[in-house]
Design a protein around this ligand. Structure first.
Ligand SMILES: Cc1cc2nc3c(=O)[nH]c(=O)nc-3n(C[C@H](O)[C@H](O)[C@H](O)COP(=O)(O)OP(=O)(O)OC[C@H]3O[C@@H](n4cnc5c(N)ncnc54)[C@H](O)[C@@H]3O)c2cc1C
Length: 394
């Protein structure tokens, strides 16, 4: 693809949009212009600012495992690669691991997923209940059939720091950020020729990228295109514990509840199980009853020390759920000749933002993916009715 005088417009300036801008502008072969349209540069409701900012190798699809591996390496090098002058983003990457557990009925699925991870060389081990009890004396293993523990390249980091680091570096490399909202489009044939902005301005474009996070489906509505991405609320609660377990990895409980350390406190949340109600577009008000009714009992059951905890803060944000298969949509949308998607990451987009940004830049500059083959995430699978289900949604 020639990129002479290419006008690339990215709608959405979260971690995904900023990462695409950064990787485009850092490729010496790219000579085009990059404009990011972000309606709220304070990121009040953006997922990238409300995330639990954790990273794991424990996915059920090879492409997600590869994206996480790339993501972890990127986070390790981020202070140097994202430095702007003397300003080096400190991303507080902590390699704490994940322990994903299965109850009496989930063991076969967890073992099958572990086999995929092993095939992809992810450093994850399978532990039986005795081994779990031996390793983690503070864990109630009575109703567990097995667990998988990541030994490397898993943990948590400063997600807001990553967003700001990508944004600053993209800017320093020449990407243009404008505060505005995309509200419509003009067309020439089967291509989008310009974006109409709320301010009344129009932005001409050769390529347009939908990186609107949880609102990506709504951008599709403006175009009359089906983009299966929905905004689904998730609460995160912060708590303190008097006698906390030491060296606790992020726990993924069979109940759907997750918990991890955050400095001297803990954060936790839950994901609805398959078939449970998960409405779109709920207001971002914290559902405090969820902590009392669902999270605390599950936490105290799994880690008896968590019987004695005090909830101290909370927030709510949107997962950008692709309800078809809980995986991202990356690459061209067949509905327009110049519309590209980078959305639908279903709660794992922050850790994958470096790999997605790099992949999108490769596709747009070189015409194909070079570092990681992201074609499994193409929209074509939706059209073909061949979803690629991500089993490990945490
Ligand atoms: C509670 C919670 C926990 C999470 N935990 C993790 C985790 O542990 N690990 C992980 O990897 N991921 C996690 N995620 C998911 C992760 O945060 C997202 O996948 C990621 O941040 C998505 O980035 P984004 O840039 O696509 O979206 P966003 O950060 O939401 O950015 C999209 C931007 O688009 C803008 N926008 C939308 N429409 C328009 C428009 N029409 N015009 C202009 N601007 C527009 C919005 O204002 C927004 O700033 C979590 C998410 C939540 C909510």
């Amino acid at each position: 693809m020639s990129n002479h005088a290419q006008e690339i417009v990215i709608i959405g300036g979260g971690a995904i949009g900023c990462s695409i801008a950064y990787f485009l502008k850092s490729d010496p072969q790219f000579t085009g212009r990059v404009t990011l349209v972000e309606r709220d540069p304070t990121y009040k409701h953006a997922s990238s600012a409300l995330s639990a900012s954790s990273i794991r190798q424990q996915f059920s699809t090879p492409v997600n495992i590869a994206l996480s591996r790339f993501g972890f390496d990127f986070l390790q090098n981020a202070p140097d690669v994202l430095a702007v002058g003397d300003d080096k983003p400190a991303l507080a990457l902590h390699e704490g691991g994940y322990l994903v557990m299965a109850g009496p009925n989930g063991g076969d699925i967890l073992k099958a997923v572990h086999a995929i991870q092993t095939k992809e060389n992810a450093p994850v081990i399978l532990l039986n209940p005795e081994e779990l009890a031996q390793r983690f004396s503070w864990l109630n293993t009575q109703d567990l059939s097995c667990g998988t523990l990541g030994l490397a390249k898993e943990g948590w980091f400063d997600g807001y720091g990553l967003l700001q680091g990508l944004r600053k570096k993209a800017r320093a490399l020449g990407a243009c950020f404008i505060q505005d909202e995309a509200i419509g489009f003009t067309h020439k044939g089967d291509a989008i020729s310009a974006v109409k902005l709320k301010s009344g301005a129009t932005l001409p474009c050769d390529i347009i990228i939908n990186a609107c996070g949880p609102w990506s489906g709504k951008l599709g509505d403006l175009l009359g295109l089906d983009i299966p991405v929905r905004a689904r609320k998730r609460n995160v609660f912060v708590f303190t514990c008097k006698n906390p377990p030491l060296d606790m990895p992020l726990l993924g409980d069979p109940s759907g509840v997750w918990v991890r350390r955050e400095g001297d406190r803990f954060i936790c949340g839950t994901t609805p199980k398959h078939g449970e109600p998960d409405p779109d577009d709920l207001p971002l008000e914290v559902d405090y009853a969820q902590f009392e009714d669902v999270l605390w009992p599950a936490l105290a059951h799994r880690v008896p020390a968590f019987e004695n905890i005090r909830q101290s803060a909370a927030w709510a944000g949107y997962y950008e759920v692709n309800p078809v298969d809980h995986n991202g949509l990356v690459g061209r949308h067949p509905g327009r000749s110049n519309l590209y998607l980078a959305c639908g990451f279903s709660g794992h987009g922050l850790q994958h933002s470096p790999g997605i940004g790099r992949g999108m830049a490769e596709l747009l500059i070189h015409g194909h993916f070079q570092t990681i083959d992201l074609t499994p995430l193409s929209y074509d699978r939706i059209l073909r009715g061949e979803p690629m289900l991500e089993v490990n949604v945490i």
